[in-house]
Structures are given as C-alpha cells and as structure tokens.
Write a protein that binds this ligand. Sequence first.
Ligand SMILES: NC(=O)c1ccc[n+]([C@@H]2O[C@H](COP(=O)([O-])OP(=O)(O)OC[C@H]3O[C@@H](n4cnc5c(N)ncnc54)[C@H](OP(=O)(O)O)[C@@H]3O)[C@@H](O)[C@H]2O)c1
Length: 335
Amino acid sequence: MKAITQDRYGSSEVLQLADIEKPTPGDDEVLISVRAAGVGPEVWHVMTGRPYFVRLMGFGVRKPKARVIGRDVAGSVEAVGSQVTGFKPGDEVFGSCRGALAEYACASAGDESGVDGGGVLAPKPANLTFEQAAGISTSGCTAVQGLRDAGGLQAGQSVLIIGASGGVGTFAVQVAKALGARVTGVCSTAKVDLVRSIGADEVIDYTREDFTEQPPPYDLILDTAGRRSLSRLRRALAPGGTLVIVGGEGGGRMTGGFERQLMAAVLSPFVPQQLRSLIAVDRRKDLLFLKDLIEAGQVTPVVDRTYPLDEADKALTDADEGHGRGKKIITVAWG
Ligand SMILES: NC(=O)c1ccc[n+]([C@@H]2O[C@H](COP(=O)([O-])OP(=O)(O)OC[C@H]3O[C@@H](n4cnc5c(N)ncnc54)[C@H](OP(=O)(O)O)[C@@H]3O)[C@@H](O)[C@H]2O)c1
C-alpha cells in the first residue's frame, strides 16, 4: 500500500511517499481503508520532533518510533481482530489511528487513547463527507475536554476563545454555543467573517484590538494561540473564572513554551481564578458527543483545504505556520 513515511525527524523533506506492507490488525484492533486524514500542528510536532519534549511523550527520542505519520482519520472498516465486537467490515468510521497518512491503517477498538496510543473510533456522522469527518478527532476532543471538562462551562456563561479560527478554535466556538455559552472569538482580520459564520456572538480582531485592555470579564478563557502571558490573560478573566491553556505555537525548540503551563499550575492555588492546562486524549464518548452535535446541525467541521496523499509534505509545511483556518485534510485515493 502507499503511505507517507518518515525515518528521521525534520521538516517536511523527511516525508516520503513509499510502498509498504499493509498493516495487520491485532486481536482488539480494526483495519481501516483510509479515505481521508486530518493534519495540523499536532502532526507537525511529531514530524519535526519539536519541541524536543514531544519526543519524551512516547514518539521516540532519537528517531520516530512510528514509520507512518498521521493520526486523525475517516474511512471504512476493512477487517476486524478476533476480539472486536463493536465494528464490522463496511462500517464507516472516524476518529484516530496509528499511521493515518496511508491507504490502510489500524486503530484500537477501545474507548480511550493517549497521544501516542492506538487511537479510538466511532461511527461516522451520517451527514458528513469523509473529508469533513477526518478533521474531527484531535481538535474536536480538545475543544470538548477544554470547555466542558477542564473549563466546567455552564449555559449562560461568557467564554473567550483565543485562536477561534483554527482547528481547535472552530470546534470550540461551535461546541461552546451548543453548550449555551455566550461566545467571543479572537482571530486576525481575514478570519473575522469565518468566526462569525460559525456562530460567535462577538469577534475580536487581535491585530486591531487588545482584548486584555478593559475587557468584559469572561467566565472562561480557552487559550489555543498567541501565548499571551498569564498576567494579561488573568486581566480578562472574571474573579473566580477559569483559564484553560490548550497550546500556542512559537514557544522555542526545547519546551515549546510549556513553562507557561507549569507556571499556571504553580500560581493557580494562590489566585482567585482557576488556571489550568489541558493535554487532551481521544475518547469514544467525546467522539459520540460530537457526532450527535454534528447530526443535529449544531457543529459543522471547517475544512481549510484538501491535499492529495502525495502532497502531504505541502500540507505539513502549511500546518507549520500556526495560522490554520479550520482543518487541513489529506484525501487518500482509494478503491
Ligand atoms: N493540549 C492539547 O491537548 C492540544 C491538542 C490539540 C492542539 N494543541 C495545540 O493547540 C494549538 C492550536 O492548535 P490548532 O490545531 O487549533 O492550530 P491552528 O489550526 O494552526 O490554529 C491556530 C489559530 O490561532 C490563530 N492565532 C495565531 N496567532 C494568534 C494570536 N496571537 N492571537 C489569537 N489567535 C491567533 C490563527 O489565526 P490567525 O491566522 O487569524 O492568526 C489560527 O486560526 C497548537 O499549538 C496545538 O499544538 C494542543
């Protein structure tokens, strides 16, 4: 089968379109005929091995442990292992897997997976294309876990989503609205219309306005971009409000700016606000939660653009910028 492989860490030149053996599912695994795969900063970090601490999260210290890159997936079940009862050949699925940038990939049939684990699958929303479904897992689960679990978002609360136009942010705006929040999104000028179109009540163009100066106090801030200081973010947070740090690019080669997350944990017990960080996991119950919202018309994945499999290097180069507009999707020619 065709797959995008990497034998060393580096920029997108390390990627190769290779012919490799089709994977065989384990007893508790599903083999997927991949139709589309989603990429974003999370795949870029695995490709480059940067920041370096990413390598310690199970991806391989000197070189990548996994040869085929990519995680978010949509496709149909080709075969199932002997212990699998929840899926059968022909089922259309979405979620995460091992090595999504390939014609075939294996995924765990379990309920939860860490960042370097075997993935999680759920039935594809009936109203989505494979391309739309392929971009959901990482960004959608991150948005749900950031808002609902870490953020404790309640109906009627006001939430500020920083990076509202990106992979995580476009899900977060829509999920927060579905949970009954009043939503303000932060993005740059060219994406104001997009963020408004997906349901934000207010949009702040960060190139023209500083939301930390005399802000209305937000009950919850979901921070996915810009790496603003904790003191500036706290100025925009209501007393008793919650900050959830998801990420943000440009934080340096060693730690990627993770010190901000560590500082939040140290500071949080001493201030009236809750300062939290999120490391999202793929969970089937969150995929099903998103599927319900999507089928009810409350969430629609935003696809930035699609690339054929042999242009995966271009998609990963584009994902480097930290200025995504929804999700980048690799379409896998199949059948
Ligand atoms: N903690 C976790 O478990 C977890 C999970 C997934 C992702 N992440 C991380 O979360 C971050 C966001 O991921 P993503 O997939 O959403 O990335 P993305 O698709 O590249 O989106 C980033 C968005 O941030 C906006 N942005 C850039 N600079 C900004 C600034 N100064 N202020 C406000 N917005 C700004 C960009 O819009 P403009 O072009 O308009 O600036 C872009 O739309 C990444 O660092 C990623 O690694 C963490």
